[in-house]
Design a protein around this ligand. Structure first.
Ligand SMILES: Cc1ncc(COP(=O)(O)O)c(C=O)c1O
Length: 419
């Protein structure tokens, strides 16, 4: 057998996390490298959701709010608190990342604790930048600065620090950049922000479940993030919001929905905001979408984010070396940082035919599923709990084959809605 495949199989044998793959639904003849967009289905989610539908909703109806559903929201939130080492009553699940970001930005501006200087950068996810833009247009005196590093791959940390010092305020950053996978030094930047009367809102969407994050050690004050990527919560599963307790006391949710009331079922005329993190819930929680998040988080807690990150780094270095050896000679470029300490868990590559190559990868007896981000990025996401070293090797072989044989030429350049 091919020596590269033999090496990967040996690494898989030695892998202490190898048994976690069985916890997910795995399609045969498919290598899924898109866990950075939508994680796989944990098998226990099938049982859990069926139970919520049949027993809790079907049979127990309205009684399930008290018997199961309010507890579910609390339980999922507190499991996230364990995952990120925060104190209790600091994390809640419920809205999308974009809505939570809007709520927290609005709260911070209104609190007047920080100057209304909103800073972000060109590596951030477009939705975060749209939200910053809309907040700026709706709040008096707020000003926005979007730093352009003139690179889609790396942030210039010294430049970012300089800007924070120049215009102290409220900074929004994605801990792992969605395109290049750049990983920011979280603790260093939090300390810098605190020293300069500023606060960083961390968007953890591309980091949660695959990067080891400790809110206490990193002195994190606020974070948001989605649960449908490496946390395997399912399509459109609600996001989370974290606010450190000391800060929570001084801010208000701009939306006074009844679930943010300190006693929603008093139906009082006066709105009395919940003093805890529940103040950031607005309306009735999405039980059907929150239920599968629990199974996803349980698996991550069992494996441990330290071990997951350690494997992710080894695998992404392994993948990088395969790219250097087999794809760079074929006209590919690596669009991610070269050092694994500066990366999250995906590697972006580009080629002038990136889009058509992505289409060809999804065809044939062995499907390889990466994702594509315009104008030229193929993102190869590594989910260490279900991607093996052999998967990575076979995926690179398939990319090489498609490129060498120009198999992509049979496709048009037209793109569907979701890429
Ligand atoms: C970094 C980042 N932030 C925000 C979002 C948007 O999240 P939501 O759809 O939950 O608003 C995404 C979606 O992929 C993302 O990757």
């Amino acid at each position: 057998m091919d020596s590269e495949i033999k090496i990967s199989q040996k690494l898989d044998k030695e892998d202490t996390l190898k048994n976690f793959k069985k916890e997910f639904l795995n399609n045969s003849n498919e290598i899924y490298l898109d866990g950075n967009s939508l994680g796989k289905l944990p098998l226990t989610s099938l049982i859990k959701v069926k139970n919520v539908l049949e027993k809790e909703w079907g049979e127990n109806l309205i009684e399930s709010w008290n018997d199961h559903w309010l507890k579910l929201v609390e339980r999922v939130s507190s499991k996230l608190e364990r995952l990120f080492n925060s104190s209790n009553d600091e994390i809640v699940v419920g809205e999308s990342t974009s809505v939570f970001l809007y709520q927290i930005l609005h709260s911070l501006i209104n609190s007047k604790i920080y100057e209304p200087n909103l800073i972000s950068d060109n590596l951030n996810f477009p939705s975060d930048l749209y939200v910053i833009e809309s907040i700026c247009s709706l709040t008096q005196n707020s000003k926005k600065t979007i730093i352009d590093y003139e690179s889609d791959i790396e942030a210039k940390i010294e430049l970012l620090k300089e800007k924070i010092k120049e215009k102290p305020g409220i900074i929004t950053l994605s801990l792992v950049s969605y395109k290049s996978s750049w990983l920011y030094p979280m603790k260093e930047l939090n300390e810098w922000a605190i020293k300069n009367n500023s606060i960083i809102i961390w968007d953890l969407s591309h980091a949660a479940g695959v990067v080891h994050i400790d809110f206490k050690k990193t002195k994190t004050l606020v974070a948001v993030g989605c649960t449908y990527k490496y946390l395997n919560g399912g399509p459109g599963s609600p996001a989370f919001l974290y606010v450190k307790k000391e800060l929570l006391k001084s801010i208000r949710n701009p939306i006074s929905g009844w679930f943010g009331h300190s006693n929603p079922f008093s139906f009082s005329k006066k709105f009395i905001q919940n003093p805890g993190i529940m103040k950031f819930t607005n309306g009735t929680p999405n039980i059907l979408s929150i239920a599968p998040i629990e199974s996803g988080i349980d698996i991550i807690l069992k494996a441990g984010t330290k071990s997951i990150q350690e494997k992710s780094r080894k695998q992404s270095d392994y993948l990088k070396n395969l790219i250097l050896k087999y794809l760079i000679p074929l006209g590919y470029k690596i669009e991610s940082p070269l050092l694994s300490n500066n990366r999250g868990s995906h590697i972006s590559i580009s080629h002038k035919e990136s889009w058509r190559i992505c289409r060809s990868l999804k065809e044939g007896p062995l499907k390889v599923i990466p994702d594509y981000r315009p104008p030229k990025y193929i993102r190869l996401g590594i989910a260490p709990l279900y991607n093996s070293y052999e998967d990575l090797t076979r995926a690179i072989y398939k990319i090489r084959e498609i490129t060498q044989n120009k198999e992509f030429l049979k496709h048009t350049k037209a793109k569907p809605k979701v890429t």
